[in-house]
Design a protein around this ligand. Structure first.
Ligand code: ZN
Length: 447
């Protein structure tokens, strides 16, 4: 196990048990653990604050919860698993028949030993989540009555968001966002919190061309709050990645941005193509995660997501089976590498202009071409390294008209991005090319 793996695995172990929700102490604890690794600022926004069409709710806390039979025997202890109580359940203390209790017991008949994860943040409700086996054993006798208690409390508090802005040479920004509102669920989305933390640590390791805005916020309400309170700053963001479900045992996936072919979409596809890694591509739909907020009409930021076991695509999703045994630090590290590589592609993607555009420049006297004989671009399938490099140099020179960037050339020619980038650097060194960082267009918004 590598050093990074060890750090990631320790991080996952510490954060998994915390009972995160959209607000509360566990979210602040989560952010403070992240702050041990990267210097995030922790921003707090009060309950009751209006943010666009929403209001920041109160914090929610559960002191105890149970279902007892008429003899006082505990049939279900609501505190023995973080998923037991429907998140944001209102207080309840009453006696119910089996028929009255049944609609408040949530289970998955098809996965009878699994506890589902349920929330009711914005409509007052209450409920217990339990395995189907437990549900059947509680409700087996329709004539029974139960005493039910959820001692929960709602109180004014604050919504917590972690933010880190890593300045680059350019003000133009790339957004990396993840959500911190799920309790003890591993792939969705403790894995996203961990990947974002270690990606930010890596970004801090050297100077960057773009500025990076890293956000840890509760899903939906947190992102909306962040956008509301950073209305001007967010206009510098060109595109982004929303990090969720990144450490499962299954396939890599990519959910496209709403633009489908934005630079960030193309960078992701190139990485998968060049590395020969198979992945499932998912079209943008206005359901899913926080890309819905960032890409809404008032912001229109293209945001994609690279996954390993995308949400809704694995049976353990939103259940007690999405635990630490489902994910692995090794899987997480593989996905982290992909995020890093995609960022490197965007960081080194350059518009190139020939400084010798009239006719073919003489490569031989610059040590870039064999000076004996004449070679042409061959169509042979198996080229040696020299031929491959020569091909790349010639293609790069051919497209160096000031309108094309590295990603364009890698896509058109099929030559790996990294090889194109290396050829560009060689030609820049030889004084044959000028290169400038390609800055994608800023989002076009109507408001
Ligand atoms: Zn989720």
């Amino acid at each position: 196990m590598t050093a990074v793996n060890f750090d990631i695995s320790k991080f996952l172990d510490r954060l998994f048990p915390l009972e995160r929700s959209i607000m509360g102490e566990s979210n602040r604890k989560t952010l403070s653990i992240i702050r041990e690794i990267i210097p995030i600022e922790i921003l707090e926004y009060p309950s009751g604050m209006s943010v666009f069409d929403w209001n920041i709710p109160d914090e929610w806390k559960v002191y105890q919860a149970w279902i007892k039979d008429s003899n006082g025997n505990i049939l279900l202890n609501g505190k023995d698993n973080s998923l037991r109580i429907v998140n944001y359940s209102i207080p309840v203390n009453c006696t119910l028949t089996a028929l009255e209790l049944a609609p408040h017991l949530h289970s998955i008949p098809d996965a009878p030993d699994t506890i589902p994860y349920k929330t009711s943040y914005y409509s007052p409700d209450w409920g217990f989540c339990l395995t189907h086996i437990e549900k059947e054993s509680i409700l087996y006798d329709p004539g029974k009555t139960f005493s039910v208690c959820i001692q929960s409390e709602f109180k004014k508090g604050s919504l917590s968001i972690g933010e880190l802005v890593i300045p680059g040479k350019h003000d133009s920004e790339i957004l990396i966002s993840t959500y911190i509102c799920h309790p003890s669920l591993a792939n969705d989305n403790l894995s996203g919190i961990a990947l974002t933390t270690f990606l930010a640590k890596w970004l801090l390791g050297k100077s960057r061309n773009f500025t990076y805005r890293i956000i840890f916020a509760p899903e939906t309400i947190g992102t909306i709050t962040y956008l509301f309170t950073h209305f001007n700053e967010i206009k510098r963001v060109l595109c982004g990645l929303n990090v969720t479900c990144v450490a499962g045992p299954g396939p890599f996936g990519y959910k496209q941005t709403f633009q489908k072919d934005h630079t960030i979409d193309r960078a992701v596809r190139l990485y998968f193509r060049d590395s020969g890694t198979s992945f499932v591509e998912y079209p943008f739909i206005p359901q899913g995660s926080d890309e819905r907020q960032y890409s809404s009409p008032g912001f229109r930021i293209p945001v994609g997501s690279i996954h390993k076991d995308k949400y809704h695509e694995y049976p353990q999703y939103h259940t007690s089976k999405d635990d630490l045994s489902f994910i692995s630090p090794q899987s997480l590290e593989k996905t982290l590498k992909i995020y890093q590589n995609v960022i490197e592609i965007i960081e080194s993607n350059a518009v190139i202009t020939s400084l010798q555009p009239f006719g073919e420049p003489q490569l031989g006297r610059r040590g870039l071409y064999p000076n004996v004989g004449r070679r042409t671009i061959s169509n042979k399938l198996h080229k040696d390294d020299f031929e491959k490099e020569l091909d790349t140099l010639l293609w790069v020179l051919f497209y160096a008209d000031g309108t094309m960037h590295t990603i364009d050339i890698a896509e058109i020619t099929g030559i790996p991005f990294e090889r194109c980038a290396a050829a560009i650097d060689k030609l820049v060194q030889a004084g044959l090319l000028k290169k400038e960082l390609y800055i994608p267009d800023a989002p076009v918004i109507m408001f």
